[in-house]
Ligand binder design. Structure first.
Ligand code: NAP
Length: 294
């Protein structure tokens, strides 16, 4: 039997739990958490993701601010905005939506964000703390995966986890987290990428397969064993005249083929996407309560 890992449902539960917490905080005269999002340019997918984050903040009782800069904004202008946000005591945490326009160096921007306010968990200091198993803001997508595994009580200890993709925001951090001496964790991890030889040989050995490469329906039934736990992070927007939005979302896994072989699987949409947003809210609440840095 296959269980669908319902990220939408779990994310709504988390948002409701956060709202309760925020209401208690407010009743005690505490601060309302405040998340800001910086959006440079007007990329369609980024607009959608940021809008979803702002909406989730409202649902969780947070204050949210959207800071917009034009596509033509210079690196200096963005750095000046970041300096302002770092100094703004009203803002607990903020994110800079990626990708940035090509003329802006992403790593320079990530390093300029105050680690205390880096609720996306991308600053090198927070990445280092994650690797050392110290209190930190875990990067939102890997954190969302961990929570989904935890809430569905999926036993990970001693399992072989295969990750496809080694990006700094998903593949690389999730491989670290799954290997940590923690729950979830304690997996033996294989990290695959575009230079991996005989990828299928690895994926066939996976008890847990985490896929984040950005190629729609890349993983097919012949690449997985029976009973595998499948976490599909991929989101590819493909134009469609059959939907109101004008596009359809596809994961990196061929869901129709792979689901019957899986014990657990995330759908796309409705799997890791909403969990990423829930994790961002948890990190912002932690920032507001000064739970990571005090
Ligand atoms: P990325 O930065 O584009 O990295 C892709 C990774 O996949 C790279 O490590 C690349 O290897 C590897 N790869 C590419 N082709 C491969 C192949 N044929 N075989 C094995 N590995 C291959 O990706 P990302 O930012 O992590 O995003 C991945 C996907 O997740 C995208 O669809 C993105 O939209 C989605 N995403 C979803 C969420 C969410 O909230 N659900 C969040 C973030 C990202 P090399 O390193 O060798 O190039």
């Amino acid at each position: 039997m296959t269980t669908i890992l319902d990220g939408k449902l779990i994310s709504e539960q988390i948002q409701a739990e956060i709202l309760l917490d925020v209401n208690t905080l407010k009743a005690q005269g505490g601060k309302t958490p405040h998340l800001a999002a910086v959006l440079v340019g007007n990329d369609g997918a980024s607009e959608t993701y940021v809008a979803a984050k702002v909406k989730a903040c409202e649902k969780a009782g947070f204050i949210s601010s959207l800071v917009r800069l034009p596509e033509t904004a210079t690196e200096q202008e963005l750095l000046a905005k970041i300096d302002e946000l770092n100094k703004d005591t009203a803002i607990d945490g903020y994110i800079v939506q990626l990708p940035l326009p090509k003329h802006i160096h992403e790593h320079k921007i990530m390093e300029a964000i105050s680690p205390q306010k880096d609720v996306d968990g991308f600053h090198p200091q927070n990445v280092g703390r994650m690797a050392l198993n110290l209190p930190t803001y875990l990067p939102a997508t890997p954190y969302g995966i961990m929570q989904l595994l935890e809430r569905y009580k999926i036993d990970t200890a001693g399992k072989h986890c295969v990750v496809i993709g080694r990006s700094h925001i998903v593949g690389s951090p999730i491989s670290i987290l799954m290997a940590r001496n923690a729950v979830p964790g304690n997996c033996t991890v294989t990290l695959c990428h575009s230079r991996t030889a005989n990828l299928k040989e690895h994926t066939l050995k996976a008890d847990i397969l985490i896929v984040a490469l950005g190629k729609s329906e890349f993983v097919t039934a012949d690449m997985v064993k029976d009973g595998v736990v499948v976490i599909d992070v991929g989101i590819t927007r493909i134009a469609s005249d059959k939907t109101k939005s004008g596009f359809k979302l596809f994961g990196d896994v061929n869901y129709e083929e792979v689901a019957p072989k899986a014990s657990f699987i995330t759908p796309v949409p409705g799997g890791i996407g909403p969990m990423t947003i829930a994790s961002l809210l948890i990190n912002t609440l932690k920032a507001s309560k000064k739970e990571v840095y005090n």
